[in-house]
Design a protein around this ligand. Structure first.
Ligand SMILES: Nc1ncnc2c1ncn2[C@@H]1O[C@H](COP(=O)(O)OP(=O)(O)O)[C@@H](O)[C@H]1O
Ligand SMILES: [Mg+2]
Length: 281
């Protein structure tokens, strides 16, 4: 019998391969709760489960992670392209780290390839310090979101029970599969009245994905609609921090546990792939 674990160990010990897990958070529709999910997931993974987490804001249209986390948006990836060391750009947010400014990344590409390689090398080096790298993207599926998804060995697609959100989640999965053969999605259903509504929503998506694309898809978790989250957002706080007993917080914890149970997937050359897919490097 082939020793699969030893194969994995060998791969992981190779220099160009990360032990860190890159998770890209995407949705079809905007306003479904991606950013709230990303920051709370990052916080709970770090605080409750002691994981080293880096959160990246890659929302092109509406970068807003810094608002939730009280960070300085001027400290961003742009400075990495201008020669600043990455250690000086990463900011501490509660129990985890954050890296901002991927929204303007395409403007930084008119530079020499040698410099891009330096940037990639620094991003590679720093990524090794984290167990999880969580990437919050914008709504829809433009080429930049697609690049983040394609480079990640796993992604979460967030939807709500709303038919439009569900349709857009399906459209995202469909185009990623049809165009790139990408299918590493897990589903989170947010803003549910109850568990049943979440399961019903997921099943609709699963049936369409099975029937029309011929692939399978797993549910990662269900999150309730909760006024405490809205209250926390208004105060620029995290619901998981201010209301740890709220059902949203309890279910974020459940999702983290679920994620921790999943067998590690080998992640090869995330940054090189990302820049390649964006048409640079
Ligand atoms: N589970 C939830 N319950 C109640 N309101 C929510 C929930 N998740 C998100 N929201 C609200 O929805 C809005 C959009 O959330 P956000 O995380 O910014 O979405 P996205 O990043 O997908 O655009 C916010 O105003 C937030 O307060
Ligand atoms: Mg957002």
């Amino acid at each position: 019998m082939i020793d699969q674990a030893s194969g994995l160990r060998e791969l992981v010990s190779r220099n160009d391969i990360h032990n860190s897990k890159f998770i890209t958070i995407a949705s079809g529709k905007g306003g479904v709760g991606k950013t709230n999910f990303a920051v709370n997931f990052a916080y709970v993974m770090a605080k409750e489960f002691g994981k080293r987490v880096l959160l990246i804001d890659a929302d092109i249209g509406m970068a807003n992670v810094h608002l939730f986390l009280h960070l300085d948006p001027a400290k961003n990836i742009k400075h990495l392209f201008m020669g600043e060391r990455i250690e000086n750009i990463i900011q501490r947010a509660y129990e985890f780290d954050a890296l901002l400014g991927f929204s303007g990344i395409e403007d930084l590409f008119d530079m020499e390839d040698i410099s891009i390689q330096t940037v990639i090398a620094q991003l590679d080096e720093i990524s090794k310090n984290y167990d999880y790298i969580v990437i919050d993207t914008g709504a829809g599926i433009d080429e930049k979101v697609a690049a983040f998804l394609r480079a990640s060995s796993k992604s979460y697609v967030i939807t709500t029970p709303e038919p439009t959100a569900l349709m857009d989640a399906y459209a995202l999965i469909k185009s990623m599969y049809n165009i790139y053969g990408y299918e590493n999605f897990k589903v989170v259903v947010n803003m549910c009245k109850n568990r049943e509504e979440g399961e019903l929503t997921f099943n609709k998506l699963k049936v369409s994905v099975n029937k029309f694309l011929g692939i399978d898809i797993d549910l990662l978790g269900i999150l309730p609609y909760t006024n405490n989250l809205r209250a926390a957002v208004k105060k620029k706080e995290l619901v998981t921090m201010s209301y740890p007993k709220d059902s949203y917080s309890i279910n974020i914890k459940r999702i983290c546990k679920e994620e921790l149970k999943i067998e590690p997937v080998v992640q090869e050359k995330f940054w090189q792939k990302l820049f390649d897919f964006m048409g640079k490097s």
